[in-house]
Design a protein around this ligand. Structure first.
Ligand SMILES: [Fe+2]
Length: 229
């Protein structure tokens, strides 16, 4: 699916056997774009953006799982940011709590990274991206907000949320992160890290109605729900 609303370029690309979404987000007037969670087919992704005369200026990762940034899952190698940097020399924007994990998973060095935290912003041509730290699925999971658009990685899906039973997950942190996202205006459009729902994206108004993970009011109830799995 592709959208180009005035200045904002926003392309949602489903890729790989795990229904991952890669995003191309940038500025229509300058043609600069960033690649969010680039993995699985880096050459194909670069051909896709360069074929549209778009100039990739950075890679943003929501978290360090290999299906989002490259690495190895159960012995299966997945292409990702390491391959992308060989070809482009761009930086990888990662939350400060995720930098060490990202280096371990991808083999990147400190000099490859731009380390960010909640409240930091990045300009890409004429658009501004805001970084939001949303721990829970992993310690340094982050979302990206561009006006009424939220790219959420594995923190929030249209009909679910990321797993909290993995190494580095934290049930209480996920509750706090989801409460924060539940406060976003209804018109915000959610673009998740996987195509797990019926819809590839949806307004937060729709998600708040349909996704019970955003409606658990207290931490005790949340813990019971999540610990039961
Ligand atoms: Fe993940």
């Amino acid at each position: 699916m592709s959208e180009q609303l005035s200045e904002l370029i926003l392309q949602q690309i489903q890729i790989g056997p795990m229904q991952n979404f890669v995003y191309v987000i940038g500025s229509a007037s300058t043609r600069d774009v960033v690649l969010i969670d680039p993995a699985w087919d880096i050459n194909g992704l670069l051909e896709h953006v360069r074929g549209q005369d778009l100039n990739p200026v950075g890679a943003l990762v929501t978290h360090y799982h290999a299906d989002h940034c490259g690495g190895s899952i159960r012995g299966h190698r997945i292409e990702g940011v390491a391959h992308l940097l060989e070809d482009t020399g761009m930086k990888v924007y990662v939350n400060k709590h995720e930098a060490d994990g990202l280096k371990q998973v991808t083999g990147l060095q400190d000099s490859d990274l731009a380390v960010v935290d909640t409240g930091d912003t990045m300009r890409v041509g004429e658009i501004e991206i805001e970084f939001l730290h949303t721990p829970g699925h992993t310690p340094g999971s982050q979302c990206f907000r561009i006006k009424d658009t939220l790219v959420s990685g594995d923190t929030l899906f249209v009909q679910g949320c990321g797993r909290v039973d993995l190494p580095g997950s934290n049930i209480d942190d996920m509750h706090a992160s989801l409460c924060k996202l539940a406060d976003l205006p209804d018109q915000t459009v959610l673009y998740p890290g996987h195509h797990y729902g019926e819809e590839p994206n949806a307004s937060m108004g729709y998600v708040k109605q349909r996704n019970f993970h955003l409606r658990v009011p207290d931490l005790e109830t949340w813990r019971k729900l999540m610990e039961r799995g």
